[in-house]
Design a protein around this ligand. Structure first.
Ligand code: ZN
Length: 385
């Protein structure tokens, strides 16, 4: 195993939970990477020697982004729908059906190469762990193959058969399919089960049935909830002890209290509000209540086709009341919590060596310089990519 010393780091974000500040910042820092793992972190002046050395040139290094919410397995393009929305039409969950038709018509190779392109796009922007959902197949075979495609790129695959009820069936028939034969075909390819608990998609009882059937098949639960309006989803997620509940745009005081009490991670997806002109979630309210918060991209062809976590960080700071430190923490350590991953999201000894080098002196530039491609180096499991 070869050890590499990355030194002359002007500002290192460690997310060390034992540090006094949220991000565990170390100035004039160095990191030693041994194989796939972080072996040593501290002041550069005290660094041990290694087989190879990289000079960070006084720039900032942070943990790779953990994007805990994406829908990358799809075909087709909905730019016309986006343009119509920007011309004044409102977003409705039914637009998903357009992508379903294109996804069913695509070959396995087409789906795989499309996901590969998007994962590369994410990597160039500093995302080193990504969750990928199914949900544009909506038949037993199309959901199973969507997850088999996703599995080629990540362990964090999520069965989202309960994305929308297909046009040719009733909700009752469809939930029976999702909790029966579709789950059976999909569970071997998935770590998580998810449902879109929203008016126009699945109600609380249907979502509960999907999550409980998934749990019985060995899948862990996460939920899309409270995106388009207030609803029962967040409280359902907290009641079931799910790892994360995503969107959380419309929350009551009871929802916020339940999140703070249970520790279910509230994953905020500000790219969606940016791309739909909906009101942003109030991150400040969640943080002040003591809730655990993550930020993710929700990269998908309908409501938010950005793969950029740096954009989401900038939006979270500018539009959601987060400080730059809170937003960067939510996009790294927060994402790791939302996927219940203990090996990523921080740069401390023993963690996977997923690092991002910014062409900037501080992580603050991620919000201070929105839209600028600041990521100039990425390491995944100790290897530069
Ligand atoms: Zn989503």
């Amino acid at each position: 195993m070869t050890a590499t010393l990355i030194t002359n780091i002007g500002e290192l974000v460690t997310n060390d939970p034992d540090a006094d500040d949220l991000l565990g910042v170390v100035n004039d820092a160095a990191v030693v990477v041994d194989g796939a793992t972080v072996a040593w972190v501290g002041r550069a002046s005290g660094a041990p020697s290694a087989d190879a050395q990289v000079d960070a040139g006084g720039r900032a290094v942070l943990p790779g982004f953990v994007d805990s919410h994406s829908h990358l397995v799809f075909a087709g393009d909905r730019s016309a729908e986006f343009a119509a929305r920007m011309a004044g039409e409102s977003y409705a969950a039914g637009g998903i059906r357009t992508t379903v038709a294109a996804t069913r018509a695509a070959s396995d190779d087409q789906l795989t190469s499309h996901v590969a392109r998007l994962v590369q796009e994410m990597l160039r922007q500093g995302t080193t762990t990504v969750e990928i959902k199914s949900g544009y197949g909506l038949t037993v075979s199309d959901e199973a193959r969507s997850l088999a495609v996703a599995r080629q790129f990540t362990e964090e695959t999520t069965f989202l058969g309960a994305h929308v009820v297909p046009a040719d069936t009733t909700p009752e028939e469809y939930v029976a399919l999702v909790t029966g034969p579709m789950l059976e075909a999909c569970a071997p390819h998935a770590r998580w089960v998810d449902a879109f608990c929203e008016r126009g998609a699945f109600d609380a009882d249907q979502s509960r049935a999907v999550l409980q059937a998934g749990a019985a098949a060995g899948l862990r639960g996460r939920l899309h909830a409270n995106q388009l309006g207030p609803g029962p989803g967040v409280r359902l997620a907290c009641e079931l002890g799910l790892t994360a509940v995503d969107h959380c745009t419309y929350l009551t005081d009871d929802d916020v209290a339940a999140l703070a009490e249970t520790g279910t991670v509230a994953t905020l997806l500000p790219g969606v509000e940016f791309s739909t002109r909906q009101p942003y979630p109030d991150a400040r309210r969640l943080l002040d209540a003591g809730a655990r918060v993550a930020i993710a991209s929700d990269c998908n062809p309908g409501s938010c086709f950005t793969s950029s976590v740096p954009l989401c960080v900038a939006l979270a700071v500018r539009e959601m009341g987060m400080t730059p430190a809170e937003a960067v923490h939510a996009a790294t350590a927060g994402g790791a919590l939302a996927l219940d991953r203990r090996d990523v999201g921080a740069l401390v000894p023993g963690r996977r060596a997923d690092l991002v080098l910014l062409d900037a002196p501080t992580y603050v530039h991620l919000a201070y310089r929105p839209g600028v491609p600041l990521v100039s180096g990425v390491w995944v499991a100790g290897r530069p990519v």
